[in-house]
Design a protein around this ligand. Sequence first.
Ligand code: DAK
Length: 258
Amino acid sequence: MNFTCLIVETRDKVGLITLNRPKQLNALSDVLMDELAEALTAFDRDAGIGAVVLTGSDKAFAAGADIAGMKDLGWMDAYQGNLISRNWDRVREFRKPLIAAVAGFALGGGCELAMMCDMIFAADNAQFGQPEVKLGILPGAGGTQRLPRAVGKAKAMDMCLTARMMDAQEAERAGLVSRVIPRERLLDEALSAARTMAGFSLPVVMMIKESIQRAFEVPLAEGLLFERRSFHAAFGLADKQEGMAAFLEKRPPNFRNA
Ligand code: DAK
């Protein structure tokens, strides 16, 4: 596929997707999100890919959904056309580890897109915000739900209702981001973490991701049961035999994703 709004590359077992609409600060147009859905689907299907990094530019991860594309839409267009839901949902359905490497602005849909990823690595210049209230709308891609789960009610209310931005240090303290990294090292560190994950057994990594996702969807007892059944299932993998044998034989494991 030819991408117009993305740069899609592979680095060994890692997929790298760069949002590439620099003039619009990577505003998330429908075309961009279609392409992102397409790229993620291809990486999900590619047995040689173990993890993916999603990034933007030094100035903006993404400054939100494309305001120009939404300006003339009315309620019926949004409701009947299921406004920008179909391609966005593909991000949350992606089954392999997905790191958002965020430098600069991650606003509105950009912040929501980062939160759909499994972890956020933030450059020291990153700024997170949900400024939709200034446009006469509310966060529509999970901001009112994922943000309070990440940072708690107090900061989520503050960000969504006053539109103030949170810098990288505050975002780390609040639990929104996994690591804060000097800007020039952001991509290297994200790729390195992705390479680490891609070196483990892919089915086990996928089971861990699925189990942690469950923690936000179901009551504790159900989540624990899901984890236990997945844990039992791992005992059916050759990779479990290999991992334990390698430890006892004091050698690196050679996982075969089986
Ligand atoms: N959309 C379209 N264009 C944008 C944009 C955006 N979100 N953000 C920036 N741009 C464009 C600007 O219009 C400008 O274009 P030109 O004038 O050069 O043609 C160019 O990018 C550079 O922007 P600025 O000149 O404003 O640059 P500054 O450095 O001065 O300011 C800024 C940077 C990020 C603070 C500022 O651009 C800004 O406030 N941008 C808007 C941020 C925002 O309000 N974001 C929220 C958008 S609403 C849903 C999924 C998602 C959503 C909803 C539903 N579903 C799945 C249902 C999401 C909604 C949103 O994100």
